[in-house]
Design a protein around this ligand. Sequence first.
Ligand code: PLP
Length: 346
Amino acid sequence: MAGMVVDLRSDTVTRPTPEMREAMVRAEVGDDVLDHDPTTLALEEKVAALLGKESALFFPSGVQANQTALAVHGRAGTEVVLEAGAHIFNYEEGAGAALSGLQLRPVHTDDGLLTADLVREAIRPDSPYIHPTSLIALENTHNGAGGKILPFTTMQAIRDVAREWRLPVHLDGARLWHACAETGLSPREYGSLADTVMVCLSKGLGAPVGSLLAGPGDLMKKAWRVRRRLGGGMRQSGFLAAAGIYAMDHHLERLAEDHARARFLAEGSAEIPGVSVVPPETNIVMLDLEDPAVSVDSVLAAMVAEGVLMVRFGPRRLRAVTHLDLDDEGVERAVAVLSRAVEESA
Ligand SMILES: Cc1ncc(COP(=O)(O)O)c(C=O)c1O
């Protein structure tokens, strides 16, 4: 990788491999809006089965799939309970309010991990003077909290609270695959704890585009209409779905490699004076600059000059994400470049 850019900004930066491109070129396609595209249908069936759901729908993006879930579960003027660092709350253009008239009720935690007690406290009791809760939205792994895994037992307890209140649960599982790779639990096991699950193929799995929303058949029929309303009906989507099928068949098994590289990056970075590291659980590493005199922007700029890219994730925090297009040499170079950048910026 010498001389090449080491891009750790996100696990979405991967380029399709030659084999994936080949699978895309060869895809059998139809018109998915008119009467289904065969490759898209095959991907949808594969993902639905994997998550233990009746049906799944292919979307161009995770945001659109999450927002479709909010639209089919929620009712205008009601609330969605979610963790304060959740993607749906912070990075989806206010779509819950703008598109579905939903109010989001963020629950603050120190570590990004909701608990059943916190969810219970946040649910609005039935009263003529209080607008009710209509949905609980979870995120696993939790991007903003550094790829943290919401423990399975916690999810079970939250599901029980949701049942008590007859509320649906949506799981933003953009990186659910990473939780599975680390815990050894299956997507089906996690899927059993939510009514709808969103998963991404473009993060970590190396596909260029694509997310799926899976859930009960009747709800997915409503979701089909919402997707179309949002402009997400795609025609020869099989070319993209083929990349997704290839990704699931060939890139799921290797996610543990990304987690090992994230640990390596964290351990190397923790030895740099002035840098403290949140130990990663999956593929996201949060790096904090301890010295207030060292600015995140100057460290990032010094790294860019040496071909290593990370992102700012707060006034003192950098985020680095490991992925398919990264090798051991790239991680070693990132640590060396970070070390020089912090030293130069002091
Ligand atoms: C947890 C989570 N949910 C949803 C999304 C949205 O996915 P997309 O960028 O495909 O819209 C992201 C994107 O990074 C994410 O990290």
